[in-house]
Design a protein around this ligand. Structure first.
Ligand code: ACO
Length: 322
């Protein structure tokens, strides 16, 4: 049996930082409110001249280096993002060319905060089917472009970033399973009201902003992420006590704590990065994985559960032996 295995990870955060104290000068908020309600202390914001593909490039180069592969070996690129450079070509195609990867399938996956897990799950299937021997999977976002920086309800939450992994085939497990889901009945709780085929002219203007019913999103997120974790463990006949690490979507520390509690996991076994960059949507899970791998906490062979939840709603998990 062929498994896909994470051979290397990488991440990139833009240099510009907006702290909670900076936000106090922009909207009616406080560091104390933001930290206690969300856990966020600062967020990174891409420069005007940086697009999502630029963020992807840095994260991808790190993952490629860490995996010890040459770009000529890569035969699949999958990028999860909701904030692409252009409507087309997709970001995967842009970085395929910029990295010098030979022509190959280049998939753009749009699933809000679950984008990386949608991309990972798809790439995993290519690898297990023998159709990819080396896949580059990226989650990246420039949500700062969609944020209304005068709306305290949302501007305190989001940030920009990119995370990447290289997947390679292996006889040893690897990714044990992925589970994806979506339910559009929740569209009105979290959405951006304009796009390429609807109210295009409103994008980036005060006429369009991220719309969110925060407390309702919170409740569904906690419930769904708990179910997603159980689904992944049950499908593999694994007890929650066997988990070494939870690598959750970094939206809100209270959502993360609630999920950990449902799994009876102490917070020491949860990779937490939300304080450093806020909610980076599709980038948050691969960046948190990279943090845990690079600081030596996540070790080869350990059991890692990644999970995410986002606008749509969409959700997903990946359970793996790192
Ligand atoms: N500073 C100060 N006060 C604020 C701020 C702010 N930045 N934002 C909102 N408030 C006020 C509200 O106006 C409200 O005031 P009121 O009672 O006078 O009307 C009060 O704080 C409480 O507002 P709530 O929305 O009830 O606060 P809550 O405790 O639910 O926290 C939050 C809000 C942080 C948005 C929370 O609901 C949350 O995190 N929800 C999940 C949303 C999320 O993570 N979305 C990201 C995408 S989905 C995902 O990734 C999971």
């Amino acid at each position: 049996m062929i498994y896909s295995r994470v051979a290397g990870t990488g991440r990139y955060l833009p240099e510009k930082v907006i702290t909670n104290f900076d936000l106090e000068k922009m909207v009616d908020t406080s560091d104390e409110w933001i930290r206690t309600r969300t856990g966020v202390e600062r967020r990174h914001v891409a420069r005007e001249d940086q697009a999502v593909s630029d963020l992807c490039m840095e994260a991808a180069k790190q993952a490629i280096d860490a995996a010890g592969v040459d770009v000529s070996e890569i035969d699949l690129v999958a990028v999860g993002t909701t904030t692409p450079d252009t409507f087309f070509p997709n970001v995967a195609t842009l970085i395929q060319h910029r990295l010098g990867i030979p022509p190959c399938p280049a998939l753009g996956m749009e699933a809000a905060c679950t984008g990386f897990l949608y991309a990972l799950s798809t790439a995993d299937k290519f690898v297990r089917a023998g159709e990819s021997k080396c896949a580059l999977v990226v989650g990246a976002e420039c949500l700062s472009r969609l944020v209304d920086w005068t709306d305290r309800n949302t501007c305190v939450l989001f940030g920009d970033g990119a995370g990447a992994v290289i997947l390679k085939p292996s006889d040893e497990p690897g990714i044990l399973s992925t589970h994806l889901g979506a339910d559009g009945q929740y569209r009105d709780l979290l959405y951006y009201p304009a796009g390429p085929s609807k109210d295009l002219h409103k994008i980036g203007t005060p006429e369009a902003a991220i719309m969110m019913t925060g407390n309702e999103v919170f409740k569904v997120a906690v419930k769904t992420l708990g179910n997603v974790a159980s689904e992944a463990l049950d499908a593999n006949g694994i007890d929650k006590s066997e988990l070494d690490w939870l690598v959750p979507h970094q939206a809100n520390i209270r959502i993360i704590q609630a999920t950990a509690k449902r799994l009876d996991l102490p917070m020491e076994k949860v990779i937490q990065t939300v304080q450093d960059h806020g909610n980076t949507s599709a980038a948050s899970v691969p960046m948190a994985l990279d943090v845990g791998v690079r600081d030596g906490r996540i070790q080869r062979g350990q059991l890692v559960l990644m999970e995410a939840f986002g606008g749509g709603f969409t959700w997903g998990s990946a359970l793996m032996r790192y």
